[in-house]
Design a protein around this ligand. Sequence first.
Ligand SMILES: Cc1cc2nc3c(=O)[nH]c(=O)nc-3n(C[C@H](O)[C@H](O)[C@H](O)COP(=O)(O)OP(=O)(O)OC[C@H]3O[C@@H](n4cnc5c(N)ncnc54)[C@H](O)[C@@H]3O)c2cc1C
Length: 568
Amino acid sequence: MEIIKQEVLIIGGGLAGMRAAIETSSQLDTAIIAKIHPARSHSGAAQGGIAASLGNSQADSWEEHMFDTVKGGDYLGDQDSIEILVKEAPENIYELEHMGAAFSRTKDGKIAQRPFGGHSNPRACYAADLTGHILLHTLYEQLIKRKIKIYNEYYLLSLILRNGIAAGIVVYDIKSGELVIFQSKAIVFATGGYGRAFKITSNAHTNTGDGLSIIYRAGLPLEDLEFVQFHPTGLYKQGILVTEGARGEGGYLLNKDAERFMQKYAPKMMEIAPRDIVARAIQTEIDDGRGIDGKDYVHLDLRHLGGEKILELLPQIHELALMFSGVDCIKKPIPIQPTAHYSMGGIPVDINCRVIKDKNNTIVPGLFAAGECACVSVHGANRLGCNSLLEAVVFGRRAGKTVLNFIKEFNFIDLPDNCLDLAKEEINTFLTPRGTEILADIRDDLQYTMTKNCGVFRKEEELRTALETIKKLKTRFGFVKITDKSKIYNTELLEAIELGHILDFAEVIVVGAILRKESRGGHFRKDFPRRDDENWLKHTLAYYSKDGPTFDYKAVKITKFQPQERKY
Ligand SMILES: Cc1cc2nc3c(=O)[nH]c(=O)nc-3n(C[C@H](O)[C@H](O)[C@H](O)COP(=O)(O)OP(=O)(O)OC[C@H]3O[C@@H](n4cnc5c(N)ncnc54)[C@H](O)[C@@H]3O)c2cc1C
């Protein structure tokens, strides 16, 4: 079989992957591998903005941005990474601006900034409510300009390690159904998030956390996976996102009595308190019977902003609410409920985006990760809005720079003879007849149990129900029937592979949540409602074993801010 030699391979064409590729392509032969066209990556769905302490509408500083991020993350974030994130933010924004990103402007022509949850100053730079779309296309233009190779509709199946060093990958060409081996000096994972593990989610169908399970199956750890972010305002029933920018611009949250209930939960910051707090407030109102008409939703009211402001600053929200809920938000409040949104955890990396394999921060040579799939732990236990696009850009660029420094010392490594085995076996088992279980049923049951039993509020017995369900579903998955045996665009096969990924990392989320007997940021245990710094101020590392994940823990880096009680 042909082996394609490629100095640098970036897996994922979202914001993080593209930004890394732009950096490495200046000196090295670089290619992006992506399962969907890069411009369709989930980054393009980002609405509200990207954070930086530019201070364009009110004085601001990186120190304040750092403190807000540390506190927002409930003190689990690594403060050395957070310092890098916030200090490098302004130069990254100006760089994007100079590449041509059309940010919204203040009257005197500066980049406009809106308030956002948990940020103490207006810090979100935005392009109306289409920020991700604008940034993704700006970077895509740079890929074209630099003639960076893109392997479009190529699906990463497995990582090839030799003696603990990353040597290459095996990829499935979706168009032809053929397997392809790539040999590489540096491999950067930028495969994004995993919201599709949940029934109610803001995430695209492609967000199935493939990169996480591929790393986990290769024997490397996953960090802090129990920390899942539930965004407070998803459209009722589907979970499609209504940006926090809508509250940043002044939107109210109302219960069935038309009460602005955030007064009870975060009297100072009200609707723009951090997401974990607002999501819990909404869920409490619903659980206590104060949802609208006793149902599972509350109202987001924008009417007082006026039609002109809504259409200028939140045009996409106006359209989404109309299209998916039949609500014209100029005239009526929008029905919303919390929605699975973001992964705080991921592939553990150091501040230079090098993948690490244990609590001593031992690196895996040749392997890097950036963006949502990575855990450099800038978000700790709860991410602040607008810090994720920022992370993708800042650490995407950083990953690229690290590769440039690293690769000088490196040669291609010979691939082991059996490097295709894992991928071949995966494809063949699915294509060999083995039962009558229906793929969509298993996926529905999995997503249902994750939303119901591993959601905004968690409890031991519910988490145990989720774990038992996952184990049963894994057994059923062994008998799943794939009817399409064809090679070209076999999307049924791909969905099966993706479901296998979700089953693996969902188990890590749930077991990690059972073990973490405290409440911190996005992980709230009703049976352990307090943060417990004495026992749990540490990162989780989960490793694969055939009987389920095994765990180790890693110290949190605290530099400037000692943990305090978190009030808003
Ligand atoms: C609706 C929505 C709105 C958001 N709004 C904001 C916001 O306003 N501000 C903010 O800061 N953050 C926001 N976020 C979060 C932010 O958009 C993401 O965290 C960030 O864009 C992730 O970028 P990424 O490059 O890591 O991943 P993605 O943009 O998700 O890209 C992942 C890439 O990996 C590829 N890939 C995945 N698996 C494979 C595989 N097996 N083989 C090959 N390729 C693969 C995909 O094709 C894709 O190209 C939002 C998220 C959502 C869902």
